[in-house]
Design a protein around this ligand. Structure first.
Ligand code: AHR
Length: 317
């Protein structure tokens, strides 16, 4: 064998070895209901590319049955791991058991499931109850002793953030008898339904005159509701206080314009910690903690919303 042939053979062998080491990960995303969700998708793809992971992406269009079908396909393909942002909290036992039997680790992103924790490797996300509590406490402090009728826009029915952010907010205002949630309805985490439901709340509440504050389970619904409040001739942020969750650029824009008051941040970079945990698991079987918690910082109008808007633009949003 000549030196040249030997070198070519070595390069080809190394190339094959490198290719053989590239991991394949299936990602079942809920859909694109919010700006936050779109950013999470962008960042997951970016993170996979940076780490040389072959990401198989599936958009479930908000349907649990599509997510189950995607997971079944990933299992049949023999992927090295599965990421899933589960649209609702229940109904995952069988498919998670199938993944476990196939020895494929599953990582939950941003939402929780009510299945046995042994059925997945880890979950990356925030403390969703805490997020709601932070929002509730902010409102309690903002209104003081003033009587306050609150309307609530809930996230997708049956999803863990809708359940937990409601519980958390109620915890945050507990002991403040002057604050009362007078209307509460789902708007499915979307801007358009947020606007529609807020219109019906305004109509039912004396054109909005009887509403003191809006609590929305995400910023997108708040942004839709802000539009409805303006169209009703009221000033969001003043006539009706607005507090929500996510910290997407558009809510900072609304804050900079004086039309929203507070938001609790949820990072869209769930994939970074998820891939770190998987890398350690693949390397030597290191088992991560069952829950990898991300931060939940509160931002208000006094936290340079214009600067926050600029800082977030381009970070996956
Ligand atoms: O699960 C996280 C929530 O889902 C985000 O707050 C919301 O914007 C998204 O659609």
């Amino acid at each position: 064998m000549t030196l040249k042939t030997l070198m070519l053979t070595t390069v080809a062998t190394l190339g094959l070895a490198a290719a053989a080491q590239a991991q394949t990960v299936g990602f079942s995303q809920i859909g694109s209901e919010s700006g936050w969700r779109a950013a999470e998708t962008t960042l997951t793809k970016q993170q996979a590319q940076e780490r040389g992971i072959d990401l198989k992406f599936s958009d479930a269009q908000q349907k649990q049955e599509n997510q189950i079908a995607a997971l079944r396909t990933f299992i049949a393909q023999g992927v090295d791991a599965i990421l899933i942002a589960p649209v609702v909290a229940t109904g995952w036992d069988s498919i998670l058991e199938e993944a476990k039997e196939a020895d494929i680790p599953v990582v939950l992103l941003d939402r929780q499931v009510d299945s046995d924790k042994e059925l997945y490797l880890t979950a990356v996300g925030s403390d969703l109850v805490h997020e709601g509590e932070v929002a509730g406490k902010w409102l309690a402090e903002a209104v003081g002793d003033k009587s306050c009728r609150v309307v609530e826009l809930q996230g997708t029915t049956g999803s863990s953030p809708a359940i937990d952010r409601k519980t958390g907010f109620e915890k945050g205002i507990a002991g403040h008898a002057n604050i009362e949630i007078v209307r509460s309805q789902t708007a499915d985490f979307t801007r358009s339904i947020g606007k529609e439901v807020m219109e019906s709340f305004l109509q039912a509440e004396n054109g909005g005159a009887d509403i003191c504050a809006l609590y929305a389970h995400n910023d997108d619904m708040a942004v839709g509701a802000i539009q409805a409040i303006k169209e009703a001739g009221l000033k969001p942020g003043e006539d009706i206080l607005v507090v929500s969750i996510d910290a997407v650029p558009d809510i900072f824009k609304a804050m900079a314009d004086g039309e929203a008051n507070a938001t609790v941040e949820l990072t869209p970079n769930m994939a970074g910690p998820a891939f770190d945990a998987l890398a350690a698991y693949w390397k030597d079987g290191t088992v991560p903690p069952k829950f990898i918690q991300t931060d939940s910082a509160l931002y208000t109008m006094s936290d340079d919303p214009a600067g926050q808007y600029q800082a977030r633009k381009g970070l996956g949003y």
